[in-house]
Design a protein around this ligand. Sequence first.
Ligand SMILES: *[C@@H]1O[C@H](CO)[C@@H](O)[C@H](O)[C@H]1NC(C)=O
Ligand SMILES: *[C@@H]1O[C@H](CO)[C@@H](O)[C@H](O)[C@H]1NC(C)=O
Length: 250
Amino acid sequence: MVFPEMDFEIFIQMLILGVGVDLTTLVSVLVACANIGSLSLGRALHAFGVKASFSGEVVFNNTLLDMYSKCGNLNGATEVFVKMGETTIVSWTSIIATYVREGLYDDAIGLFDEMQSNCVRPYIYTVTSIVHACACSNSLDKGRDVHNYVINNSLVLNFPVANALINMYTKCGSMEEPRLVFSRIPAKDVVSWNMMIGGYLQNSLPNGALELFPDIVKQLKPHDITMACVLSACAGLAALDKGREILMWI
Ligand SMILES: *[C@@H]1O[C@H](CO)[C@@H](O)[C@H](O)[C@H]1NC(C)=O
Ligand SMILES: *[C@@H]1O[C@H](CO)[C@@H](O)[C@H](O)[C@H]1NC(C)=O
């Protein structure tokens, strides 16, 4: 994290010297304020920005929304969002992430639908956060919709979203679909492997976890968690021979 104090100091000096504070400066001070989570300072900067007539700038509103969100002020963030004349994908992503962070998963999912009816094309980051909401609220059908949306819109299946999908499916008790997602990730990372293995174990399918292990050995240096998971899968199976076999691969 950038140490934010310098920004504030420069900002205050500019005010004292009567130097006109421009939008870029105010935005960077708001960002710094969000990072330290100071709501009272954020409110003062908000008032200052309105007085300085920055409300016409969508970037000002987006930064305010983010500031309220990071300061944990849901009402403030919602109010900024609702009053925005012009919204961008940044605004939608930010308000959706805010609702997800506050545990308001259904509302977040509702906002995602609304965003689509407004024909706003999501970032992959928006998708990641909505898939997370589906996982936390056990909404398998909605999660599948979002997955189809990713496919239909040819959004690139990068790690965060692929891992979020795997996590969502496994949490919702479905192991066929994450297997498909998993097989389409070109170079899997440790997190994906662990999620697949963890998913099989959570869903009482230890054999599935064991079947992945030869590929893990080929593709990456086994991770501690993976090892723990696989060994507990062996324990679950009481497959001592299998356990010995795995220990010999390491
Ligand atoms: C920013 O928000 C204010 C209300 O908070 C609104 O009046 C203004 O139109 C918004 N600006 C844009 C560009 O949407
Ligand atoms: C994806 O495309 C299929 C076939 O074109 C369509 O039936 C489905 O409704 C679409 N789903 C989403 C979520 O966009």
